[in-house]
Design a binder for this molecule. Structure first.
Ligand code: PMP
Ligand code: GLN
Length: 380
């Protein structure tokens, strides 16, 4: 049989590769981003209770109304945007599905989509599989900030979408108010859409405020914002999230969503609707993870791995250029096999494989794990 791959340049995601290597070598897995501490038992009990009460059939296509209502409340209290729960919020099977659905709904073959790299690895193949053309703006170490004049030069009449991600995986950088204002200006009066990956909205440090596209009235008219309960509630395996967008965009998003997944599992939606009534279930997260970040850095003090800056997410970058000149992919593998700590090489998040000798470590782990990892990394 002759098959023509739609994604000839796409291999197995680095998260699968590094987690498998970590397991094989019994290494501490700081590569793939997931917590190694439990979800709140109260949330687990709620899921169980709704299953037992018989909430086990298809949910409405857009999501359980009670969940969309509490999400509308959350979005209003955080970002001042009174989203209509009926028309402007859709529950998705994780953020990855939300991102894919948004791209599939709006990107036509030949349309250009601007990405800021290093980028979460689902964006590029999602664009390519629907025939879109990724256009890359490279963020550079150590600040990974955007020069908007340079960025503007990438915009052409074919630009259909811009994908942003703040707080940013893998760099831990954030976009600030001035960045979003600039983006609002750049896109004003055009047909460009903004897809905003905000899965780390609650993981932002030093008292910084998360700058959602939803805070900016003109920008949000052309934006789809994507969120993940997996990140917020330490349950990455649940694969549930949501998308917020103005009704005219959500209408198109749902046309794809309904045949992409139709609807998302019912008992978790009811459980989350009840759990989210208490804002304290997520308002503690910044200080919780900021402490972990600082604890992790303290265990690494004296290590020859040099920390970069981390303003948000649960990832920290480290520069190893003083230790070795080898490619970051090889260095990350060697850290796993020889030193017992698995990491992600940042070059895999750049289309051109740009290698600045930087690795990413995930600090969403118990203090015990972070301490053990720190001791091992001291020896590198
Ligand atoms: N976007 C970013 C930036 C991420 O780091 C992740 C990681 N998991 C996702 C999206 C996907 O979220 P989900 O697991 O809810 O699909
Ligand atoms: N977002 C997680 C990370 O960056 C992993 C997601 C995945 O495994 N697909 O590590």
């Amino acid at each position: 049989m002759q098959l023509t791959s739609k994604l000839p340049n796409t291999g197995t995601t680095i998260f699968t590769v590094m987690s498998a290597l970590a397991n094989e070598h019994n290494a501490i897995n700081l590569s793939q981003g997931f917590p190694n501490f439990p979800t709140d038992p109260k949330l687990n009990e709620l899921v169980h209770a709704y299953m037992q009460k018989g909430f086990n059939q298809y949910a409405p296509m857009a999501g359980v109304p009670a969940l969309r209502q509490i999400l509308a409340h959350k979005v209003r209290s955080l970002f001042g945007f009174a989203a209509d729960p009926d028309q402007e919020i859709t529950v998705t099977a994780g953020a990855t599905q939300g991102l894919f659905t948004a791209i599939a709904a709006f990107v036509h073959p030949g349309d250009e989509v601007i990405l800021l790299e290093p980028a979460y690895d689902s964006y590029r193949p999602s664009i390519e599989v629907v025939g879109g053309v990724p256009v890359i703006y490279e963020l550079k170490a150590p600040s990974y900030s955007v020069d908007w004049e340079e960025f503007e030069r990438l915009i052409t009449p074919k630009t259909r979408m811009i994908i942003i991600n703040t707080p940013h995986n893998p760099t831990g950088s954030i976009l600030r108010k001035a960045d979003l204002e600039r983006l609002e200006q750049l896109t004003d009066g055009t047909d460009m859409l903004v897809l905003s990956d905000e899965v780390y909205e609650h993981l932002i440090y030093e008292g910084e405020e998360h700058q959602s596209v939803l805070r900016f009235p003109q920008l949000r008219e052309r934006s789809l914002a994507v969120y993940s309960f997996g990140k917020t509630f330490h349950a990455t395996g649940w694969k549930i999230g949501y998308c917020v967008a103005p009704a005219h965009l959500m209408k198109e998003f749902r046309k794809v969503h309904q045949f992409n997944v139709f609807s998302v599992n019912t008992p978790m939606q009811y459980a989350l609707a009840e759990y989210l009534q208490d804002e304290k279930t997520y308002t503690y997260l910044s200080s919780f993870f900021e402490k972990k970040r600082d604890f992790f850095l303290s265990t690494m003090a004296g290590s020859r791995l040099k920390p970069l800056h981390c303003d948000g997410t649960y990832f920290h970058l480290f520069d190893y250029s003083q230790i070795s000149e080898e490619a970051d992919t090889l260095f990350a593998k060697r850290l796993t096999t020889e030193f017992g700590v698995a990491a992600i090489p940042v070059s895999v998040f750049y289309s051109d494989g740009r290698d600045d000798k930087i690795i990413r470590l995930c600090f969403a782990k118990t203090e015990e794990t972070l301490e053990k990892a720190g001791l091992l990394l001291q020896k590198v």
